[in-house]
Design a protein around this ligand. Structure first.
Ligand code: GAR
Length: 191
């Protein structure tokens, strides 16, 4: 079995969707969630879904080896970021080279970088008068939103588009494509 661990800070809709996608998969399973605060929506979702969930605070994340130790201890094959707010420490990137993947709710390299998260991204896209937006699924390196792009999917903005409507339409794309790219990535790494 290949083990996925999903890191998040927020509501956890992508994390839950990925759990459902791999529920009966013959060779891939979601082994655990990792959240950076106990109040994150994904903590409650983990309980509902019967998925183990670890919470690591900022000190544990940046000043100790505990996250790498935890991930290696449960034989993690792929680290999946789903709405994870913090920069991934160099130590974690070194421990999982090309095995950390992120999803961003816009067409990188536009509308990425520090602070560009969730609804702020959609607001910025609307304010910039963009004609299209989409999703970017990419490998993670030491900089926010800058690793190799694995897949992008685009949509045209409607004339009456709002940040809220765009967020909903983007979420549909995220749920449709993120599990597929994860599956392809794990097939590639075993091949
Ligand atoms: C998702 O839209 C994801 O693309 C975004 O946070 C949201 C989390 O939603 N990530 C970023 O903005 C990363 N810069 P979820 O918790 O419901 O999956």
């Amino acid at each position: 079995m290949k083990n996925i661990v999903i890191l998040g800070s927020g509501a956890g809709s992508n994390a839950e969707n990925i759990v459902h996608y791999f529920k009966d998969h013959p060779s891939i399973r979601v082994a655990s969630f990792v959240a950076n605060k106990a109040e994150a929506g994904m903590v409650a979702r983990a309980e509902k879904l019967g998925i183990p969930c670890k919470v690591f605070g900022r000190d544990a994340f940046y000043d100790t080896h505990s996250v790498v130790d935890f991930l290696q201890g449960i034989e993690t094959d792929l680290v999946v970021l789903a709405g994870f707010l913090w920069l991934i420490p160099q130590e974690l990137i070194k421990a999982f080279p090309n095995r950390i993947v992120n999803i961003h709710p816009a067409l990188l390299p536009k509308f990425g970088g520090k602070g560009m998260y969730g609804s702020k991204v959609h607001q910025a896209v609307i304010e910039a008068g963009e004609e299209e937006s989409g999703i970017s699924i990419h490998l993670v390196n030491a900089h926010f939103d800058e690793g190799e792009i694995l897949r992008q999917e685009k949509i045209k903005l409607d004339s009456a588009e709002t940040a809220g409507s765009l967020e909903g339409r983007i979420r549909v794309l995220e749920h449709r494509f993120y599990p597929i790219v994860i599956e392809q990535l794990l097939a590639r790494s075993s091949g």
